[in-house]
Design a protein around this ligand. Structure first.
Ligand code: FE
Ligand code: CA
Length: 446
């Protein structure tokens, strides 16, 4: 950085952690290397006791803003409560991040990020009357993906949201390319170099996310993993993109034709065999009161008279979905709550497994709307969605996120909505509240 040129390949970065915002006493400190090979990102794992911890970085005369994080309670503790925000889908050109400002004001224990952190669209394809526009082409190289993350991370409200609490992050499709499946891009013209493109996109994701995962090596990168909040909550964080079979029936959307036979081919998968087994093992081993599944695409049945409206969702992978629901029923995994993003609308669903006659409730799904990405389904379909047997409620007009408060007795989900996504200072208010009582597997509008 001396003289304002390009940074050195290896930059020593001093870091400090303190229990107080003024850094009057230093709990831990050290020097880590930010290397050009990883876009000068820094991932340092520091073991700390339970509580709030302030941190900052220094390179020569430059000191970073201060961030605060919160360590998770030990496995053998029984925390009275955990409060977290679930969010996804922050298309930079579609609006501002008032929702992130509100997340920071709410001071949750953590943020659960369910994907579409960046969007890969080319700047020139953005709408001229959008709130703001992407810079650069559709990313395909490591430098272009890094630039895309840098653009998103320049947003002040997103910075504040990160600096307020720890995040658990997984990806969805747009971190690479819209609706890709495994090594199959949505656009056949991109097939030749897609494995390489996916690998650099995964690396750029790792560089720019607050994760303890080791950097990717080779073309695959396992990000599905387990986390916990004491004995209160187990988190199973899924990757529904990297191992999935290509979408059935040509990935047609909003078709009212009956599902094509490919849909029910039992070999088709969203999670892949290994991850599906890992999910069962994780849930079966959990002794927590609540078992949360952090999931990319809508799991509830949203089919319409036998038509699959969105083959990218679990509706397009019905055999594997029913196997998972049956596992929840048969293994009696208690208190399952699935949290989902992707679809840019807010909804609540009752998950159920086929039984003798009627379906048995096996859990609840909270579908969180987008931070800023445009709605995909017209508001005129709100009542149609609410009429689907598994959908308890739906709201299609607003952007926002969901805020969850979990105790040993109950799970409360608050849906918070942005009044005007084109205004970074927009009001963010509570839309509705939902309640799941421990042991019930059912959800009520509170
Ligand atoms: Fe999205
Ligand atoms: Ca998505």
């Amino acid at each position: 950085l001396e003289g304002g040129g390009m940074p050195e390949d290896e930059v020593p970065v001093e870091w400090e952690v303190s229990a107080s915002a003024d850094f009057s006493s230093i709990e831990a400190s050290g020097v880590s290397i930010a290397s050009a090979a990883y876009g000068h990102s820094l991932h340092t794992v520091v073991e700390l006791g339970e509580g709030d911890w302030y941190y900052r970085f220094r390179v020569s005369q430059y000191t970073s803003p201060v961030g605060v994080t919160h360590t998770s309670p030990a496995a053998d503790t029984a925390p009275a409560e955990v409060r977290f925000a679930a969010a996804s889908c922050q298309n930079y050109s579609h609006g501002y991040y008032a929702a992130h400002r509100d997340i920071a004001e709410q001071r949750p224990d953590f943020v659960l990020w369910l994907g579409d952190y960046i969007y890969e669209s080319a700047g020139e394809d953005d709408d001229a009357d959008d709130a703001r526009v992407h810079v650069g082409p559709e990313p395909t190289t490591i430098v272009e993906y890094r630039n895309r993350y840098a653009l998103y991370k320049s947003d002040p409200h997103l910075k504040t949201s990160h600096a307020t609490c720890p995040w658990f992050v997984v990806w969805d499709d747009h971190e690479v390319e819209n609706n890709y499946a495994g090594l199959t891009p949505q656009n056949p013209a991109d097939a030749a170099d897609f494995a390489n493109r996916r690998a650099v996109a995964y690396q750029a994701w790792w560089e720019h996310q607050p994760t303890r995962l080791d950097p990717p090596e080779g073309s695959e990168f396992r990000i599905y993993r387990e986390a916990a909040w004491g004995g209160l909550l187990t988190l199973a964080l899924l990757d529904g993109r990297q191992y999935r079979s290509d979408q059935a029936c040509g990935d047609v959307t909003m078709s009212l034709d009956p599902a094509c036979p490919e849909t029910t081919d039992p070999s088709r998968t969203m999670l892949g065999e290994e991850q599906e087994q890992w999910l069962y093992d994780t849930l079966d081993a959990s002794t927590a009161v609540w078992n949360m599944i952090g999931n990319q695409v809508v799991m509830a049945d949203a089919t319409f008279n036998g038509a699959v409206l969105n083959y990218d969702q679990w509706d397009g992978y019905p055999v594997e979905r029913e196997r998972i629901l049956q596992h929840l029923a048969a293994a009696t995994v208690p208190n399952v709550v699935v949290i989902t993003g992707d679809i840019h609308l807010a909804a609540v669903a009752q998950l159920s497994a086929a039984g003798n006659g009627a379906r048995t409730p096996v859990g609840v799904e909270f579908i969180t709307t987008s931070i800023s990405s445009d709605g995909l389904v017209g508001d005129e379909l709100t009542d149609v969605l609410k009429s689907f047997p598994e959908l308890v409620d739906a709201e299609l007009l607003h952007r926002g996120y969901s805020l969850h408060t979990v105790t040993a007795e109950s799970w409360t989900a608050e849906y918070r909505i942005v009044a005007d996504v084109d205004d970074p200072d927009s009001a963010v208010t509570m839309l509705s509240t939902y309640l799941v009582m421990e042991g019930s597997n059912t959800v009520a509008i509170a």
